[in-house]
Design a protein around this ligand. Structure first.
Ligand code: NAD
Ligand code: DAU
Length: 351
């Protein structure tokens, strides 16, 4: 593989994937295709923007003719597809945007790859990055396995499930060499502050309420984003064509316990009296259709490809907070403008 098209590389996870590939593989050309929606930010990649093996292309994965140009101009050998609308709450207010990008966009990208490769699949790969949310919601016990039946319950997860099905359809119908991974909740540097952890860090800094949906009893399995980028690298290179790999941290937290831990760490780092940040916790109206629990069994990835997470949650969370404290300018930039309007609307009835 020489020329790798990464989609959504200016987003949270995509930027860590792009940086890893650019640095680890100087012999590859990394082409980052991103529409720069509200979630895309080239500041995430300022440290590698001048690398000789990196090219940024602004464009939309739904734009078929632009995709054709990109595949031929850069002679694409492999695709790592991360571009998506990714926030569940936004999918509840605007489901069609999710169908457009996640379903139509993925179909367009598959179709462009099919046309360009034209049945010659030697050393080619289409890697689709997906989510554990396609498996639905667990009760208090059990795990998601690669063969767990799909049961998506939000417009976001339904659109991601649709994209996964399309990828598998191209494998079965056209023999396209695909690989899919389904990962649990990521956290870390560059995380957009609409999601629970960065939103809470930002609100503690602003001394604003910390909105906890419902009773805070919902459980998520958290993985440090650099560990996800490492897993993607491993699967891109060693994953078996046609296979699916679950990626997770074996690190389940109830939202309320996670927020309390975050508050404790923030108080320590900000030199505040213990309990200062916890006073900001505010229970608010629950998310519609809120999935109770996600938990990934990642033993296939460990046993077959040797991947394991490298940091504990306490280490990862501490490094994440340090990054946000050292990058207040980044936070200022992404929380101005559109973000303010989104925030007022999303939390309007609660405070
Ligand atoms: P993000 O919202 O931070 O970034 C998405 C990126 O895609 C942005 O840079 C955006 O500009 C770009 N984009 C959106 N629509 C586009 C379009 N039509 N054409 C081109 N680019 C477009 O998302 P993220 O959290 O980094 O997630 C990346 C991928 O990983 C997504 O596919 C998501 O479903 C999946 N995933 C995310 C998580 C998580 O916890 N964040 C966990 C598992 C899987
Ligand atoms: O599981 C993987 C998924 O994780 C990814 O596919 C998604 O792209 C990603 O956004 C994430 O989805 P979640 O809905 O789990 O993440 P979010 O950070 O939005 O919410 C985490 C939990 O916190 C969830 O139970 C809802 C809750 N929550 C969230 C927000 C934004 C709150 O209690 N208050 C909030 O203000």
């Amino acid at each position: 593989m020489k020329n790798i098209l990464v989609t959504g590389g200016a987003g949270f996870i995509g930027s860590h994937v792009v940086r890893r590939l650019v640095r680890q593989y100087p012999q590859y050309q990394i082409i980052n295709l991103d529409a720069l929606t509200y979630a895309g930010n080239l500041e995430n990649l300022s440290d590698i923007q001048d690398a000789t093996n990196y090219t940024f292309v602004k464009g939309n994965i739904c734009d078929a003719s632009h995709l054709d140009e990109i595949f031929s101009q850069y002679q694409i050998d492999a695709v790592v597809h991360l571009a998506a609308e990714s926030h569940v709450d936004r999918s509840i207010t605007d489901p069609l945007a999710f169908v457009q990008t996640n379903v139509i966009g993925t179909a367009s990208l598959l179709n462009a790859a099919k046309k360009y490769w034209n049945g010659n699949y030697t050393d080619k790969r289409f890697y689709h990055v997906s989510t554990d949310e396609v498996y639905g919601s667990l009760g208090e016990t059990g795990f998601f396995y690669e063969n767990t039946a799909y049961d998506p319950r939000s417009p976001y997860s339904a659109s991601k499930a649709g994209s996964d099905h399309l990828v598998r359809a191209f494998y079965h119908t056209y023999k396209m060499p695909v690989v899919i991974s389904n990962c649990s909740n990521n956290y870390g540097p560059n995380h957009f502050p609409e999601k629970l952890i960065p939103l809470s860090i930002n609100n503690i800094l602003q001394k604003k309420p910390l909105p906890v949906y419902g009773k805070g009893e919902n459980v998520r399995d958290w993985l440090y984003v650099l560990d996800h980028a490492h897993a993607i690298d491993v699967i891109l290179h060693k994953g078996v064509t046609g296979e699916t790999y679950n990626i997770g941290g074996h690190n389940e937290w109830k939202n309320i316990d996670l927020i309390r831990l975050l508050c404790k760490l923030m108080d320590e780092k900000l030199g505040q009296a213990p309990g200062t940040s916890e006073q900001l916790i505010t229970f608010v109206t629950d998310r519609a259709g809120h999935d109770l629990r996600y938990a990934i069994d990642a033993s296939k990835l460990k046993d077959e490809l040797g991947w394991l997470p490298s940091v504990t949650f306490e280490q990862g969370l501490s490094q994440t907070i340090d990054w946000f404290l050292e990058n207040k300018e980044w936070l200022d930039h992404v929380t101005s403008g559109d973000y303010q309007a989104y925030y007022e609307k999303q939390y309007a009835n609660n405070h």
